[in-house]
Ligand binder design. Structure first.
Ligand code: FAD
Ligand code: FES
Length: 325
């Protein structure tokens, strides 16, 4: 039987059990969120033994070389001795909170200045840690060539352990730990005349705002269409900034979608992905970006594919929320 050694304890790994389940089942405080290898919150390091290749998928080469792995998708066939990344390891970077600003009633812009450079593309995400055992993924809204710091948009969830802490306790000047970046939801230059369709709900605007500005900055000349959705007007934000971009760039347009009963003049009625697909029913040769609520992302992915988009042209980040402690 395979064993997982953590500090002075050795735990038998059950059949089909992940290293994450094994350790958390014995009370080891390993942080996690998605449990599916997507968010990288559960990063650990093998200090003896080799983690399986599939547990290193999506990690930077520098982390792979140091035997880092994702505990939630790690099913080793040999004994492993493992450790959590320490705050001073290369896996995480301290960052100073340079600003906090409410963008609407429930979304906080967090401006972070990392103490060491973090190379990212707008739309990727980083993991923000409240404690060593509690971290969450947040998408990057800033553009490194335009913004000095890293900008996140954190939506408050009721009883949200990290989002609630960001809204209620985090203060300017405080130092936090961040990890990353990760994810492949970003603009890749090339095919400048291709249409870009971006659909987001709530704080799903964060990565899209970064991607749009990055594409425009890099001279994307094809149409760029953003559909941002919420139930009511209070859930929308950055309307002034987006309208400024509409005025500045003739190839960019922006539709505000409201799925609730009250739809004032100037807004489209319906869910963002339904409105987008009605206005843009043929997506053959379009590039699609979908971010926000997982139900929207999954439904929109299917619809975009059926409307002619190629799967390799669909980039998506579902903001999956941790399902248990
Ligand atoms: C790749 C990726 C990128 C992400 N980017 C962002 C981002 O840019 N901005 C952002 O705000 N979030 C983003 N998220 C979500 C974020 O990582 C957290 O999951 C979120 O902030 C909640 O964490 P929490 O600790 O506050 O809540 P938790 O303590 O984990 O959960 C709080 C409770 O809320 C419940 N809940 C779940 N969904 C809802 C809902 N829609 N309304 C009310 N309650 C709900 C849960 O069941 C849970 O009981 C992203 C997620 C992923 C995977
Ligand atoms: S990658 Fe393991 S919990 Fe998200």
């Amino acid at each position: 039987m395979t064993h997982i050694k953590y500090k002075t304890d050795s735990f038998p790994l059950g059949e089909n059990q992940s290293v994450l389940d094994c350790l958390t089942g014995h009370g080891v405080p390993v942080p996690f969120s998605c449990r599916s290898g997507a968010c990288q919150t559960c990063l650990m390091q093998a200090t003896r033994g080799t983690p399986p290749e599939e547990a290193q998928r999506g990690l930077k080469d520098s982390l792979k070389l140091q035997n880092y792995f994702l505990a939630c998708v790690c099913h080793p066939r040999e004994d492993l001795e493992v450790a959590l990344p320490s705050d001073d390891s290369q896996a995480s970077v301290p960052a100073t909170v340079r600003g906090l600003k409410l963008l609407n009633d429930e979304i906080m812009q967090v401006v972070l200045q990392p103490h060491a450079p973090i190379e990212y593309r707008p739309g990727q995400f980083i993991n923000l840690f409240r404690t060593q055992a509690l971290g969450r993924s947040y998408s990057i809204a800033s553009v490194p060539e335009e913004d000095e710091d890293i900008h996140l948009h954190v939506r408050r969830l009721p009883q949200g352990r990290v989002s609630g802490w960001v809204h209620d306790e985090l203060r300017t000047g405080k130092t936090v730990q961040v990890r990353g970046p990760a994810g492949d939801c970003f603009y890749v230059p090339g095919r400048a005349e291709q249409g870009l369709l971006l659909i987001g709900t709530g704080s799903g605007l964060a990565p899209l705002y970064g991607i749009i500005r990055d594409a425009l900055r890099q001279g994307h000349s094809g149409p760029i269409r953003l559909f941002h959705g919420s139930r009511d007007r209070r859930g929308l934000y950055l309307m002034g900034e987006l309208n400024d971009l509409v005025r500045e760039y003739t190839n960019f347009d922006y539709v505000r979608c409201l799925s609730g009963p009250d739809v004032p003049h100037g807004y489209a009625g319906g869910r963002a992905h339904d409105v987008a697909l009605q206005e843009q029913p043929d997506l053959k040769s379009w590039r699609i970006f979908l971010c926000g609520h997982p139900d929207m992302v999954n439904a929109a992915k299917r619809k975009a594919f059926l409307a002619g988009a190629s799967m390799k042209d669909i980039y998506a980040d579902a903001f999956n929320v941790s399902q248990s402690t």
